[in-house]
Design a protein around this ligand. Structure first.
Ligand code: ADP
Length: 478
């Protein structure tokens, strides 16, 4: 191939030379007409729907979210060199240029009015100024419409107004309620305050009365205490006088009684055989009465002496004391087939030995005396060692004591039987009580009539501190 100065080209072949002048080739001045060939959309059905592109306007539903527009140019000279430009007016500002992709795709368009524009250029880049257009309208959703928004705004506004009104109404109501409550509370407080003031007055009046009464009572108690103390003193004096009298009387009665006893015995002996049976009975009567009287006088003497006698606290062995009593009462025990049981007694207690022995002797003697006719008396003695005292228990299996008389028997001269049934003076238990009290103790009993009696007496351990010795002898005059 050769080229000349004019730009012509020469090609050699078997059939000769071929000349080619490029300047003679004609330029394609006809711009292509672009046609919209197909429109498709996808909406709520999720399926592609083909629309008619010849219709005046394409109407899209609010739910349509996918739109494709296909187009083509009517130029068949080197159509592969055709060019296209398209844009969706209302959606985009600039043209989209393409050569091979003959399809425009839009997704999720807002509602509104659009115009799809497309134009083409031929293989010589000649653009068609006649733009092919397709109107596209996408309907708005109900909530996206202007009126809907206006109505919603009005409705919201109204709601706010109503809400505010309601709130104001409620607040006002609450204020009224609060005001009422406040007034009620103020009224209540006023009422309660005046009630309290009245109560207060009452209380202070009562307190005044109480304090007045208290003063009066204190005065009365003071007066009564003084009276009682005076009375007690007088009683003690009179008691002392009485005991003195009993002592003197019983002491002085002993001699005439003994004289009567001696002379009646003399009379009986001297007149032996000369007295009638009846006269002899009379003399026996005199004798036994004198005997009883002597017993009574002796007991009375012991009783009246008991207070005046000193209390000498020493360490004693209860077992030894009971041994001595048993020896002294050997005849009585023997004749009554009586038995005294006493084991495991404390080795040492603190008491007045004489009085302790006398109390036990009285209780043992009573246990034997008030035994049942056909039952051998058994008397058991126990001593309980407690923190503050020793408690001695003397139990018999005798006739027992009816509950209603149990308090009475510790009083002097109180007897539950006649002298014919059981001999006695009614002084023994009163004397025991007196001696127990001298040991800061008490005496009591438990008994079932017909079954036996248990006498208990306590001796305070605090007396151990007042223990007497030969040099340091504590004498108490009670
Ligand atoms: P006395 O024994 O001289 O009668 P007491 O003062 O010792 O006087 O006793 C008073 C009364 O209590 C007795 O007359 C008797 O009725 C009753 N009594 C005392 N000890 C017993 C007892 N162990 N069992 C039953 N009765 C008793």
């Amino acid at each position: 191939m050769e080229k000349n100065y004019a730009g012509d080209l020469y090609f050699a072949s078997t059939r000769g030379i071929t000349k080619f002048t490029p300047t003679t080739i004609a330029r394609n001045e006809t711009p292509p007409k672009v046609t919209i060939t197909r429109v498709k959309k996808i909406g709520s059905e999720k399926e592609s729907v083909t629309l008619n592109p010849d219709s005046e306007a394409i109407k899209l539903d609010p739910s349509d979210y996918y739109l494709t527009i296909e187009f083509a140019a009517l130029n068949y000279i080197q159509s592969n060199k055709n060019q296209y430009a398209y844009k969706l007016d209302g959606f985009e500002e600039n043209w989209n240029y393409t050569q091979n992709k003959l399809i425009a795709t839009y997704t999720n368009l807002d509602h509104g009015e659009y115009t799809f524009m497309v134009k083409g250029a031929n293989n010589d880049d000649v653009w068609n100024e006649e733009v092919t257009m397709l109107d596209i309208t996408k309907k708005a959703r109900m909530i996206e419409t202007f009126w809907f928004r206006v109505l919603t705004a009005i409705f919201a506004f109204l709601l706010i107004i109503i809400g505010l009104q309601y709130y104001t109404y409620k607040v006002r109501q609450q204020n009224i309620e609060l005001q009422k409550r406040k007034e009620y509370m103020e009224e209540l407080v006023k009422k309660r305050t005046s009630e309290l003031e009245i109560k207060n007055d009452e209380i202070s009046r009562l307190l005044n009365n109480i304090s007045k009464r208290n003063n009066e009572l204190e005065e009365t108690v003071e007066r009564r205490t003084k009276e009682l103390l005076d009375y007690n003193e007088e009683l003690q004096r009179s008691n002392y006088d009485l005991e003195q009298f009993a002592y003197v009387a019983s002491h002085d009665l002993q001699t005439p009684l003994q004289t009567i006893k001696n002379f009646s015995a003399l009379l009986k002996r001297n007149l032996n055989g000369r007295l009638s049976e009846q006269e002899e009975t009379f003399v026996d009567f005199i004798n036994s009465s004198v005997h009883n009287m002597q017993n009574l006088v002796r007991s009375l003497l012991t009783y009246s002496r008991a207070n005046a006698k000193t209390v000498i606290i020493t360490s004693i062995d209860p077992t030894k004391i009971i041994d001595t009593i048993c020896k002294e009462l050997a005849v009585v025990l023997d004749s009554n087939k009586a038995k005294i049981v006493y084991t495991d007694l404390p080795k040492k207690i603190f008491a007045d030995a004489t009085k302790f022995k006398q109390i036990l002797q009285n209780l043992i003697s009573n246990g034997i005396k008030f035994s049942k006719k056909d039952v051998d008396p058994i008397i058991s003695i126990k001593i309980k060692d407690t923190a503050k005292q020793w408690v001695v228990e003397v139990t018999d299996n005798g006739i027992g004591i009816n509950e209603k008389y149990q308090d009475r028997i510790f009083q002097i001269f109180q007897r539950l039987h006649t002298a014919d049934e059981y001999e006695g003076t009614g002084i023994g238990l009163a004397l025991c009580k007196k001696m127990v009290e001298q040991h800061d103790g008490t005496i009591w009993l438990e008994s079932t009539e017909g079954q036996g009696t248990s006498f208990f007496f306590s001796i305070s351990k605090s007396l151990a501190h007042k223990k007497s010795s030969k040099e340091d002898k504590i004498t108490e005059l009670i």
